[in-house]
Ligand binder design. Structure first.
Ligand code: FNR
Length: 833
């Protein structure tokens, strides 16, 4: 005991008295003595085990082991003792009288002055009763009896026990709150169905948590709590939470009641020192998980973060009021055919003007609406209002418009959604083919049965489906080919970068090609400049929307626009003069250059901003670019590097007052710049350089044209070769099929060459005249009577007896009169009498 308690200011006597008085069974083992004997047990230990202290001191604790102990626990105890690690294990122990009990055993190492573990303290706890109750609860689950899971009071009780243990042992435990929220409030009702679904959930949670010391309770209707004591390390806890969440969501999907699981986790005693505090903390973490995502998330409690939830709570209340007071309105953004810029439809977009806060952006309220289920009434209203507006557009008498409406995953999975939509369409007199629902990529990756069912039902109803913000989510090609999708809407983040970033330009090109291959239509979102429009026109994208054409319009403005019937944006006039772009941050230099080149017959574009330069390049067929090197936004070489990627046929030059040999050399070597010219310049020399640059541009253009022509010819040739190959393959297939058919024909068929040798015989001929052996190579004279050979000259079928059976012999000369190539003989059983 001295080792343990020596050095304490309170003295050993007091500690021993305290340990004796402790109601928890305690034992201390000396790890430095042979076979690790007990050196101390307290009074509670004697009471629990029935052994007197004198009977046990000096013995290894294994004498306590009951018959039903599982070898895994013994192994784990051994490992923890060897490594000097703290552990908790539940083992089967036997009392002195032989009765067995479940011992929840905590082992805590004591480290001596040398740094080595000198002792282990054991804390024994009889949990047989708790285990029995858990066993009963489990049995109840399996039998789906109507008894409830342990409730709130039982949970509080357990948390308090865990808190006490945590205080005594310095352990930690986790309170995991599970919420099953969904539009149908499936679990609120205390129906037998809800009960049975809940018990199924309890079962899958139990399977996902093979964790000794875990217990599940039901807080209220749709909220469960899982207590894990001790808590695993954080990383494992996160893994376990993900497992539970996945299991819950899989089970919920199979129950098809539209519910989704979310998890909130609090760690005791860190996040709270009472059952009440910990439940609140786990509840807050849960709220955050729900607000983060509708699709099922988990979140740990973190004070600072969760304090941020207050404004979200406020938003929740405001939204509920907004629904009741009808504070929402719709605006309509025209969607145009890119080629003609004629309006082909509108996207309905929601707006919310809060009476005090003013306009609230959808990005601020939609996630809250999603996570709280309020999205359902809101989306119902949006659909109805948008359809009513489409009916109004129809009455204007112009070309029929389409209406694009955004819907959420939860709305889609809502039972009866498609039926309700059908009724609303009927009500407003909207025919199939006029409505397109926009869903996110996330919805497409949701393969739950209700979602897939709804997608197919929509297809049957003639409602098209578009994937919104395409390119920003997780939709894979497989989904695109498997699901009934009609269009892709290219996300505005790509659109706005296409004239400046090679990566965005490539992605947009790929999306367009992909859509063509998959027979999907492309709608480009967020077109704001003529350069962007040109880019997508060049890719033959059919549709687009964005501020270049029109901002979202109030219903009256949309009607006025349709009535005036003009295209929304006219194409830029075509210019035939060679086009030169000058970029320099110094306006004076630009003016001087402009003066110098005025009379050369070029169309000169000047700008001080690289961004604007990109836009000019996207909208005009610029041949030569002359850029300053030192500019505040980006260097001339970097600018020209980017230009090379986006517009490889331009001829690019730097005009700089600084030589910067390294940078320039690198850019020249990469082919980003053609020539490096120096400031101040010689007028004539510069004019000459620009003239040469345009010559170079013309040469580049010609080469590119020739290459394109050659590529076209090559592609045509390849296509012809591939068609010929296909035809050949088909022919071969046909020949093989014919040969097989001939071989298996149930009448004897033979082919003979001009020398009357058999060159082909089918199975039936081999069987009848060769006893199963092939007749190939045999001569007719050896096989058949002379009548057969004589019949070769006959023009009509001849009746004869062969192998004791009557046949009608049909002879077909092969190869024609000019090049006779033998005969085909078919023997049809029977005679004509
Ligand atoms: C133990 N051990 C232990 N074992 C057990 O089965 N029931 C018990 O109550 C206890 N109590 C206990 C307390 C303390 C403080 C220590 C250090 C250890 C473990 C026991 O001594 C033994 O290591 C394990 O049972 C493994 O057995 P073998 O493999 O060593 O025979």
């Amino acid at each position: 005991m001295d080792v343990l308690l020596g050095g304490s200011a309170l003295g050993p006597g007091l500690f021993e008295q305290a340990m004796e008085a402790c109601p928890q069974a305690l034992s201390i083992v000396d790890m430095q003595l042979a076979d690790q004997p007990l050196v101390y047990v307290n009074r509670a230990f004697e009471l629990l085990t029935g052994y007197a202290r004198a009977e046990v001191l000096g013995r290894n604790c294994r004498f306590l082991r009951g018959a039903a102990v599982d070898p895994g626990s013994a192994r784990r105890i051994r490992a923890a003792l060897q490594q000097g690690e703290r552990m908790m294990v539940t083992v089967c122990n036997a009392r002195k009288d032989g009765s067995e009990f479940l011992n929840e055993l905590f082992l805590e190492p004591i480290v001596g002055a040398s740094g080595a573990v000198t002792h282990f303290v054991g804390l024994q706890n009889d949990v047989s009763e708790r285990d029995r109750r858990q066993g009963e609860a489990h049995a109840a689950t399996q039998l789906r009896e109507s008894q409830a899971l342990p409730g709130r009071l039982a949970l509080d009780d357990r948390i308090e026990q865990s808190l006490a243990r945590a205080q005594a042992m310095g352990t930690r435990f986790a309170l995991v709150m599970i919420d099953l929220s969904g539009p149908s409030q499936a679990f609120e009702a205390d129906s037998p169905l809800a009960r049975s679904q809940l018990y199924e959930l309890a079962r899958v949670i139990g399977e996902a948590v093979p964790h000794a010391g875990s217990s599940l309770s039901r807080l209220h209707g749709r909220r469960l709590a899982l207590l894990l004591d001790p808590a695993p390390a954080l990383a494992q806890l996160a893994e376990l939470a993900r497992r539970v969440l996945d299991a819950v969501n899989r089970q919920l999907a199979s129950q098809a009641n539209g519910a989704t699981g979310h998890l909130g986790i609090a760690i005791g005693p860190v996040d709270g020192s009472s059952a009440q505090e910990l439940t609140v903390a786990a509840g807050r973490a849960l709220d955050r998980a729900r607000l983060q995502s509708r699709a099922g998330e988990f979140s740990f409690f973190a004070n600072a973060q969760d304090a941020c939830l207050l404004p979200l709570r406020q938003m929740e209340n405001d939204l509920a009021e907004a629904i009741a007071a009808q504070q929402f309105s719709l605006v309509f953004q025209p969607i145009v055919a890119l080629e003609t810029t004629a309006i082909v439809g509108f996207e309905a977009l929601i707006r919310w003007i809060h009476p005090v806060r003013g306009p609230v952006p959808p990005a601020a309220f939609m996630p809250v609406a999603e996570s709280t289920g309020m999205i359902i009434p809101i989306s119902d209203w949006v659909i109805d209002t948008a359809l009513a507006q489409l009916a109004v557009f129809d009455r204007l008498g112009g070309p029929p418009q389409r209406m694009f409406i955004n819907i959420s995953a939860s709305q889609l999975a809502q039972p009866g959604f498609v039926d309700a939509l059908r009724q609303r369409m009927l009500h407003h007199g909207i025919k199939a083919g006029r409505v397109e629902l926009e869903i996110t990529e996330r919805t497409v990756t949701d393969h739950s049965a209700p979602t897939l069912q709804a997608l197919r039902a929509l297809r049957q109803l003639g409602v098209s489906l578009a994937i919104d913000d395409f390119g920003t989510g997780y939709c894979n090609l497989h989904n695109l080919t498997q699901l009934p999708i009609d269009s892709l809407k290219i996300d505005m983040s790509f659109t706005q970068a296409v004239t400046q970033s090679n990566a965005a330009a490539s992605v947009s090109r790929m999306i367009c090609e992909l859509s063509r291959t998959l027979d999907l239509q492309v709608i480009v979102e967020g077109i704001e400049t003529e350069g962007q429009l040109n880019h997508f026109r060049a890719l033959a994208c059919p549709y687009g929307q964005g501020f270049l054409f029109s901002q979202p319009l109030a219903p009256e403005a949309a009607i006025a626009l349709l009535q005036c019937g003009k295209p929304l944006f006219g194409a830029a006039p075509v210019v035939s003069a060679p086009q030169l772009l000058l970029l320099d941050d110094d306006q004076n230099i630009l003016s001087a250059l402009r003066r110098l080149l005025r009379r050369e017959g070029y169309q000169v574009h000047t700008t001080t901003s690289p961004q604007e330069a990109f836009e000019i390049l996207a909208t005009h067929p610029v041949g030569v670019v002359l850029s300053d090197q030192r500019m505040p936004q980006m260097s001339g070489t970097d600018f020209l590097r980017q230009v090379k990627k986006l517009h490889p046929l331009t001829v690019r030059m730097v005009l700089s007052g600084y030589s910067e040999p390294n940078t320039v050399q690198a850019a020249v070597n990469e082919g980003a710049i053609w020539k490096f010219l120096c400031k101040p310049w010689e007028d004539d020399a510069l004019r000459e350089q620009i003239r040469l640059a345009f010559l170079e541009h013309a040469a580049l253009r010609d080469t590119a044209r020739q290459q394109a022509d050659a590529a076209l010819v090559r592609a045509q040739l390849e296509s012809e070769v591939s068609q010929r190959d296909q035809r050949l393959a088909l022919k071969t297939l046909a020949i093989e099929s014919a040969r097989d058919a001939l071989l298996l024909l149930p009448i004897p068929v033979l082919g003979i060459d001009p020398s009357h040798m058999v060159v082909m015989s089918n199975l039936e001929a081999d069987r009848l005249f060769g006893g199963g052996a092939s007749l190939m190579g045999e001569f007719m004279a050896a096989l058949f009577p002379p009548a057969v050979e004589q019949a070769l000259a006959a023009t009509e079928p001849v009746s004869l007896q062969l192998a004791g059976r009557p046949f009608r012999l049909h002879v077909q000369a092969l190869g024609g009169a000019s090049a006779p190539n033998g005969h085909l003989l078919s023997l049809v059983p029977g005679s004509d009498e």
